[in-house]
Design a protein around this ligand. Structure first.
Ligand code: AP5
Length: 214
């Protein structure tokens, strides 16, 4: 299964992609995580990406397309993968088509997570993440972050993402509506696009996602 989870920041793409990976074994290819890892390692790519991410803007297409082209050639992507946060522009969607064609693969499904902006602001401003093991928390919806270190690893460090500040969240939502929402239109007539209600509980959203994939 080659699946794209598409939707605004905070709609739960990462949460559901992790659940699918645990259930089905398909790796989660998150361009956001790849870029944050490059930033943490202090690479040239990471330094370039940081300036865009801190402002809530998209990193240039050429950078993220290159990341995905390399990643989908890795052996663990042989029996499918979940694209989380890519494509985010129509040129990225076109580049993905070419990359899949070049490697003899085919996109199976695109699932669009639908949810109102007000709810997204609430989710993003309350999100906390362990920057060591990646476990996600939410100050309101849970699980609630415990005093550090977290319960999973003694070295965990629970932090707020730098782009989850109110002014950056507003910008990310604007960027989504202007540049990423048209990606759904790109897939509209392919017969692969399904829309789910992402405003429900994580278990209900998982149920809808599984139905969309059946
Ligand atoms: P990225 O890391 O991809 O962030 P995003 O798309 O903005 O998505 P988020 O990770 O913020 O949200 P999510 O939908 O995964 O929700 P989550 O499951 O975490 O990108 C960051 C930046 O990198 C971009 O702004 C850009 O600069 C750059 N970038 C990345 N990819 C790029 C690309 N392709 N091109 C150019 N630039 C790129 O959930 C959010 C919170 O809600 C959590 O606390 C969670 O616990 C909670 N939650 C989840 N589901 C539910 C639910 N059903 N009910 C209640 N709470 C829930």
């Amino acid at each position: 299964m080659i699946l794209i989870v598409l939707g605004p920041p905070g709609s739960g793409k990462g949460t559901q992609a992790k659940r699918l990976t645990a259930e089905k074994g398909w790796p989660q290819l998150s361009t956001g995580d790849m870029l944050r890892s490059a930033i943490a390692q202090g690479t040239k790519l990471g330094l370039e990406a940081k300036t865009f991410m801190d402002r809530g803007e998209l990193v240039p297409d050429s950078v993220v397309i290159g990341l995905i082209q390399d990643r989908i050639r890795q052996p663990d992507c042989g029996s499918g993968f979940i694209l989380d946060g890519f494509p985010r522009t129509v040129p990225q969607a076109k580049a993905l088509d070419l990359a899949l064609e070049a490697s003899g693969k085919k996109l199976d499904k695109v699932v669009l997570f639908e949810i109102k902006d007000e709810e997204l602001v609430r989710r993003l401003s309350g999100r906390r993440t362990c920057d060591v093991c990646g476990q996600m928390f939410h100050v309101e919806f849970g699980p609630i972050p415990k005093p550090q270190p977290c319960e999973r690893y003694p070295v965990c460090n629970v932090v707020q993402r730098s782009d989850d500040k109110p002014e950056v969240i507003t910008k990310r939502l604007q960027v989504y509506h202007q540049q990423t929402a048209p990606v759904a239109g790109y897939y509209k007539n392919t017969g692969k696009l399904k829309t789910i209600n992402a405003a429900e509980s994580p278990d209900k959203v998982q149920e809808s996602l599984n139905k969309a994939l059946a």
